[in-house]
Design a protein around this ligand. Structure first.
Ligand code: ARG
Length: 259
């Protein structure tokens, strides 16, 4: 009982200084370590939700009826069962998910990369075909075999409505963070399963900026091209633990075949 009272007091105290917390958040705690973004600047950034409007992943509009997302967003990794298209929605033009701005699109078909087994083995990419074209501007997909946009140090911008800290709540508003692509060595150092053919890593050695839970499937763009999809990571924003992204240059031909 006493413990509960003390916990309550700490929460109340934290709540008494919202400006201080807010000021810190603006530079440190969005996506993880990002800033507020809007669907005006990233019209192709979509929220992937269930049929009750609960957001669980992100995606990127690459053609008026096509959304690229992560395979693990639409496949249950334990059973291998695919989510039914009628249980999925793509929401475009809605910066703040508490509003009814923008458009909610129904999904007609789900294509999952045929080799997908689990995100740590790569091929973590899927395409949703929408029932009707969205008016929002699509993002160009990176070219097949592109290496230029994956050089270590190239800065990618990640967008999502995911958690703003490892154990925090998902965000109601779209957020974005800039993260540099790491070397293969840095990525392999953090993830024994790292496969440079099908993945890449991005983040800072000191951590602090990253995608997080709920950002999966969402876009990372460089030079106005969709270069990757948020795939996985250990925790969020930890030092020497970059985020792992699906390397879309590897899949560009297959994806274009789906468009
Ligand atoms: N798998 C997570 C999801 O389903 C995305 C994790 C990305 N994590 C990271 N630290 N970059 O939302």
């Amino acid at each position: 009982m006493r413990g509960l009272v003390i916990t309550g007091a700490v929460v109340a105290l934290a709540g008494a200084h919202p400006e201080v917390a807010g000021a810190a958040d603006d530079t440190q705690a969005r996506i993880v370590g990002g800033t507020e973004a809007t669907t005006a600047e990233a019209p192709w950034a979509v929220a992937v939700t269930d049929d009750r409007g609960r957001q669980f992943c992100g995606g990127a509009l690459v053609a008026p009826v096509k959304v690229v997302t992560a395979a693990h967003c639409v496949v249950d990794e334990i059973t291998g069962t695919q989510r039914a298209p009628q249980e999925l929605r793509a929401i475009a033009g809605r910066t703040d998910l508490r509003t009814d701005e923008g458009v909610v699109a129904d999904v007609q078909a789900v294509w999952v990369h045929p080799n997908f087994r689990g995100y740590t083995s790569g091929d973590d990419v899927a395409v949703l075909t929408l029932n009707a074209p969205l008016p929002q501007r699509p993002v160009p997909l990176v070219d097949p075999g592109d290496t230029e946009h994956y050089r270590p140090g190239t800065v990618g911008r990640v967008y999502g409505w995911g958690r703003t800290s490892e154990s925090g709540w998902p965000s109601e508003g779209l957020r974005a963070v800039d993260v540099p692509i790491t070397t293969d060595e840095a990525c392999r150092g953090a993830y024994a399963d790292y496969d440079p053919q099908s993945m890449f890593c991005a983040g800072y050695p000191e951590g602090g900026r990253d995608a997080c839970t709920g950002d999966s499937g969402g876009p990372i763009v460089a030079d106005n091209r969709l270069i990757g999809v948020v795939s996985y990571g250990t925790g969020c924003g930890r030092p020497n633990t970059p985020g792992v992204y699906t390397r879309l240059s590897r899949y560009a031909d297959e994806l274009t075949g789906q468009l």
